[in-house]
Ligand binder design. Structure first.
Ligand code: NAP
Length: 284
């Protein structure tokens, strides 16, 4: 039976560390602040933003929420980002995805000052991740690396397979594993013979967003299986890409959904906000 990697517990330890660092900053007169922009009424986005605010509350980071109507214009949104860029009391800025279709998300991300881009989506930060010297690391893949580190698992010399090539999960995940000297294969919807590739993985990261995509016969005995995805099953319950009950019998380590990568992503966002504070206060 696989060891279950408890993301909730690891994340809670990280948040305690962030709390102590925030406390120390406040004693020096610096109050970390994260601004979150949400446009429209997407229910999932609303939950994510609520959770981010709750995390800020837990660690003592001031949170600002800008809830804009669905018919917000591109100019209004970009102007708000510029205003927050220029506000010295704001250290981190993020715009919750997705935004309504009439808006250009790329332009919004490109407008966020790279020094305040706590999601690490700005091309400047993406470039740093590529080179391997990033100040900000992307929240979800970094959360995965932190889980591996916590369990004493290194990617060095391992065969790593990442299912998914999105800009926010799959691609940066692959780069972080590569930076740790893993031998990385990236799979996507056009990949042929997926099971043949995944069976070779010592570390398998699943981020396709397809329920039950990964079954026990696709997993090497003793492999580390990380399930990033957040899908809903027929009862509306949260689940990942991995057939947990069956894969658990084969894998060496496995992450649950919920309670795996999700809490780690949130904890890294808090850490990134602290990084922004440190970098910005160094510059000023
Ligand atoms: P995305 O943009 O939809 O990307 C999904 C990727 O999976 C794409 O590259 C796609 O290939 C690939 N894919 C889809 N079906 C596949 C299949 N049958 N076989 C192999 N590859 C397949 O999604 P995302 O934003 O990366 O997110 C992925 C999942 O992670 C979602 O469930 C999302 O909710 C979850 N997520 C969780 C967290 C967290 O904190 N836990 C954070 C972010 C996202 P193509 O490129 O060819 O289309």
């Amino acid at each position: 039976m696989a060891k279950i990697i408890d993301g909730k517990k690891i994340a809670s330890e990280m948040l305690s560390e962030v709390f102590m660092e925030v406390k120390a900053l406040k004693e020096k007169g610096i109050e970390p602040c994260l601004a979150v922009i949400i446009v429209g009424d997407d229910p999932a986005s609303k939950v994510y933003v609520k959770n981010k605010k709750a995390d800020c509350g837990l660690v003592g980071i001031r949170s600002l929420e800008f809830s804009l109507p669905a018919d917000t214009t591109q100019k209004e949104l970009v102007d708000l980002v510029k205003k927050l860029n220029n506000d010295r009391s704001v250290h981190g800025i993020l715009c919750q995805s997705p935004i309504p279709k009439h808006l250009d998300e790329k332009e919004v991300i490109n407008t966020i000052s790279p020094e305040k881009d706590v999601d690490a989506f700005h091309p400047v930060n993406v470039g740093h991740i590529m080179i391997g010297d990033g100040a900000f690391l992307p929240c979800t893949p970094t959360g995965v690396m932190e889980m591996l580190r916590h369990e004493g698992i290194s990617a060095e010399g391992k065969r790593c397979v990442v299912i998914g090539r999105s800009n926010i999960v799959g691609k940066p995940m692959s780069l972080l594993l590569l930076a740790q000297n893993g031998t990385v294969t990236i799979c996507h919807s056009k990949t042929k013979n997926l099971p043949e590739i995944t069976r070779d993985a010592d570390i398998l990261v699943c981020a396709a967003g397809v329920r039950n995509l990964v079954t026990a016969d696709m997993v090497k005995e003793g492999a580390v299986v990380i399930d990033v995805s957040m899908n809903r099953n027929d009862e509306g319950k949260l689940c990942g890409d991995v057939d947990f009950a069956e894969v658990e019998k084969v894998a060496g380590y496995i992450t649950p959904v919920p309670g795996g990568v999700g809490p780690m992503t949130r904890a890294i966002l808090m850490k990134n906000t602290l990084t922004a504070v440190k970098n910005l206060t160094k510059q000023n």
